[in-house]
Design a protein around this ligand. Structure first.
Ligand code: DX5
Ligand code: ZN
Length: 216
């Protein structure tokens, strides 16, 4: 499977979202990563439906919504209607994860589960066959521009082993501190979707930064 690049809107210039969306349309980016933070599940607040609705008509790419919120079940339908292609919820935020995953699929979206850095891959054993995507957090969620946590490599290997027979088409996404310096190793370890915020938007040439991640 060719790997995908998902630049994170969190690192875009919010006063120039139209320009940044046009840049992504003209780039080798595959998805638009959209980080929703509620100030409860994570110690930060980002953006929600109004911004998602605003960028939806500006992009030609699928929108990959990453919900860092408590009670995600309450908002699945609204995110689907606002234009989400994928909806990823946090394992740590879902008491009835199987029900939540079914709700995401019923809303017509691809369903993902995100794991915080301390949450082991083995916790996915009884849900892995139901998932379209697993997102491995390689920083503690809440902020862009943080330092990559090296234990992520082990988790990617573990997830690759778990999904090999039981869900070979699984998208394995890594999120946080991804750059052209670690992307090759991440892909070798099992990642097939790279989220990148600062390494794209803070680059002198974001188009080239995306291209470097796409062709490491
Ligand atoms: C962090 C978010 C990430 C963030 C990544 O909580 O989930 O998607 O935007 O930003 P960088 O690539 O700058 O670490
Ligand atoms: Zn994210």
């Amino acid at each position: 499977m060719n790997h995908l690049i998902a630049p994170s809107v969190l690192a875009a210039d919010f006063t120039n979202l139209q320009r940044d969306m046009e840049m992504l349309n003209n780039s080798e980016a595959d998805w638009i990563h959209f980080d929703v933070m509620d100030g409860v599940f994570v110690p930060n607040i980002s953006f929600g439906f109004p911004i998602l609705k605003a960028i939806k008509p500006l992009t030609v790419k699928p929108i990959d919504v990453h919900l860092m919120i408590v009670n995600p079940d309450h908002y699945i339908e609204q995110f689907a209607q606002a234009g989400a292609t994928n909806i990823t919820v946090h394992f740590e935020a879902c008491i009835h994860l199987n029900r939540t995953i079914q709700a995401i699929k019923s809303a017509g979206c691809k369903a993902g589960v995100a794991l915080n850095p301390h949450t082991p891959i083995s916790f996915l054993e009884d849900i892995i066959t139901e998932l379209d995507l697993v997102l491995i957090m390689s920083v503690n969620p809440g902020f862009g521009g943080q330092k990559f946590i090296p234990n992520t490599y082990k988790k990617l290997y573990d997830l690759k082993a778990l999904s090999k027979n039981r869900n070979p088409d699984l998208k394995i996404e890594v999120d946080g501190g991804v750059s052209d310096e670690n992307c090759k190793e991440l892909l070798e370890a099992g990642a097939n979707v790279l989220v990148a915020g600062n390494s794209v938007f803070a680059a002198a040439d974001p188009l080239q930064a995306i291209s470097k991640l796409k062709h490491p």
